[in-house]
Every structure is written in structure tokens, then in C-alpha cells.
Design a protein around this ligand. Structure first.
Ligand code: AMP
Length: 296
């Protein structure tokens, strides 16, 4: 992608600036905005991998300033162990971001992001009650809250998200639409390991035996997609996938759903060519993993 228009006039800044406080970050970005530099923003929770870096690369290609945030947001964790054990390889993350050409890293602490217990809760009607929302009550409220904070602080031109968290992307799209954030959203394709496993910071916590078993998420999705596109009925596909999971020890299927790609409403049958998405979540040992795949 080429940078075009008024934003193309200025060269990118060299090196990476790191901010831990909102004030200095805003002052820096104010200057960039006065210079008509476009700002791309990639929010992350760190423990970076090639999936995150693909978002940074896309932002680099479309903006003069790329801001990445690393913040493990406590309000989106409903499992305290998951929060405690979330990997935080800070030095490695910084090195990877520098190498990828990130301009600004924002790495706030909890006190900077939350002045006290938060009283604000979001409700997205059915969108935050199904799928991930059912298994993780309050999760999307925490996501919407922290993303709203970041959008207000950074005020980017474009924000980049992975399709891996497809329900999250739908919720953030709704957030931007309803609250009139003047921000364009980009949903980027899922980066995968050679066996198809979607890259995830949580994969690091899998033992080597679990890592092998984790391949079943993508196997289930791609097998089901193939069957659907060949005209098989959903009930049969669904029970086929359930059997696949039942046969293996140490893993548990949380949900496997075919849904409308626009509104995520679950579907029991589809006409050939109807844009739908298969979504899966499962427990591999202690680790909960998610994935999804478009059909047609
Ligand atoms: P996280 O650090 O898990 O909050 O993810 C930060 C961003 O990276 C989110 O927009 C994710 O959807 C995106 N992301 C995570 N894993 C992948 C992947 N395998 N491919 C593409 N994007 C990803």
C-alpha cells in the first residue's frame, strides 16, 4: 500500500518513543497532528507475535506515525489466574516493535488507566452475551471501556484489529459507530502457525503435548468449512466436530457455532454462498483458545 494525499508530505520519524503517561503522549501526538501526520493505532496486551506485528506493518504502510499500546487490562479478565499468568515479556516486546518500525509505544500502568474502581459498564445487547460473552461475563464491557479510553487518548486516524477476535471486532465497530469516534477501523486476517493454529499470546503457556492437541481448533474449522461448502447439513457437521473433541483427552469444546458474518446471530442452516463464519472456543489443558473461519 502506498501513502497518498496530504499525509504523504512528511517523512516518518526515526526510532521509537516510549511513553508510560498520558500527558506526554498527548503532547507528542498533538505535535504530529499539527504536522498533518496520520496516526495508526494498534492496541495489544503484549507478548507479541507475528499476528500483532502484521497489524503494526499494515499501520506503518498506511500512516506516518504508528502507536502501539501494551496494556494487560484487568477489567476484561474474569479469571484472576488468567490475568496473573498472562505473559509479560517486556524487553522482547520492545525489541520486536523497534524492529518492525513502530514509532510510539504506550505502556501505561493501572493507575494511569484507572483512577479508581470503574463505574462504567457497557451493554451491547445480544452481541456481548453470546459466544465469548457467555463464557466470560463482563469481558466485552472491559474491552469496550479500555478501547474507549485509548481512542480518547490517542485519537488515531485508523485503528487496527485482528479478525482472530472477530466478536471483539464487531463490538468495537458498534462502539465507534454509536459513540461517534472519528476513527476508521481495519480488521486484519488471522496469522497462523504452520499447523493452522491461530497465533496467540496464550499459546506460549501450552506444554508441547498440549500444543500438538491445540491443532484441533483449526482442524475442526477447516473440516467443517469444507463439508459446508460441499453441501453437508449443519447438524451432521456439528456432531462430527463434537465427536472429534470427545475422542481426545485433556481438551474440552466450549462452543462451536455457525453464525451470520454481519451480526453474529447463530445459524442452524445456510443457503450455499451465504456469508457466514464458524467460531470455536475450547479448553486445552488450562488454556482457553479461540479461532474462527469465514465460509464462502
Ligand atoms: P491481544 O494482545 O491478544 O489483545 O491482541 C491485540 C490485537 O492483535 C487484537 O486486535 C487481536 O485480534 C490481534 N491478533 C491477535 N492474534 C492475532 C493473529 N493470530 N492474527 C492477527 N491478529 C491477531
Amino acid at each position: 500500500l502506498e501513502i497518498t494525499g496530504i499525509f504523504a508530505a512528511l517523512p516518518k520519524t526515526a526510532g521509537m518513543d516510549i511513553f508510560t503517561e498520558i500527558g506526554p503522549l498527548k503532547a507528542f501526538l498533538r505535535q504530529s497532528k499539527e504536522n498533518k501526520q496520520s496516526i495508526g493505532f494498534v492496541p495489544t496486551m503484549g507478548a507479541l507475535h507475528a499476528g500483532h506485528l502484521s497489524l503494526v506493518e499494515q499501520s506503518n504502510a498506511e500512516n506516518q506515525i504508528t502507536v502501539v499500546s501494551i496494556y494487560v487490562n484487568p477489567t476484561q479478565f474474569n479469571n484472576p489466574t488468567d490475568l496473573l499468568k498472562y505473559p509479560r515479556p517486556e524487553e522482547k516486546d520492545v525489541a520486536m516493535l523497534k524492529e518492525t518500525g513502530c514509532d510510539v509505544l504506550f505502556q501505561p500502568g493501572d493507575k494511569e488507566m484507572y483512577s479508581g474502581p470503574s463505574l462504567i459498564h457497557f451493554d451491547f445487547d445480544h452481541l456481548d452475551k453470546i459466544l465469548e460473552g457467555k463464557s466470560r461475563p463482563g469481558h466485552f464491557s472491559g474491552v469496550a471501556l479500555v478501547i474507549s479510553k485509548f481512542f480518547n487518548i490517542v485519537q488515531p486516524d485508523i485503528a487496527y484489529f485482528g479478525q482472530k477476535d472477530f466478536q471483539q471486532f464487531k463490538i468495537i465497530s458498534k462502539l465507534v459507530d454509536e459513540l461517534k469516534f472519528n476513527i476508521r477501523l481495519r480488521g486484519m486476517p488471522i496469522r497462523r502457525e504452520p499447523d493452522g493454529l491461530a497465533m496467540s499470546s496464550r499459546n506460549q503457556r501450552l506444554s508441547s503435548a498440549e500444543r500438538k492437541k491445540a491443532g484441533i481448533l483449526f482442524q475442526s474449522l477447516s473440516w467443517a468449512k469444507e463439508k459446508l461448502e460441499a453441501g453437508e447439513v449443519w447438524n451432521k457437521i456439528n456432531s462430527g466436530v463434537k465427536n472429534m473433541w470427545d475422542k481426545q483427552s485433556g481438551i474440552a469444546l466450549d462452543y462451536f457455532v455457525m453464525a451470520d458474518r454481519e451480526n453474529l446471530m447463530p445459524l442452524e442452516s445456510v443457503k450455499s454462498g451465504y456469508p457466514c463464519v464458524l467460531l470455536i472456543a475450547g479448553q486445552v489443558g488450562e488454556i482457553r483458545l479461540i479461532d474462527n473461519l469465514f465460509v464462502w
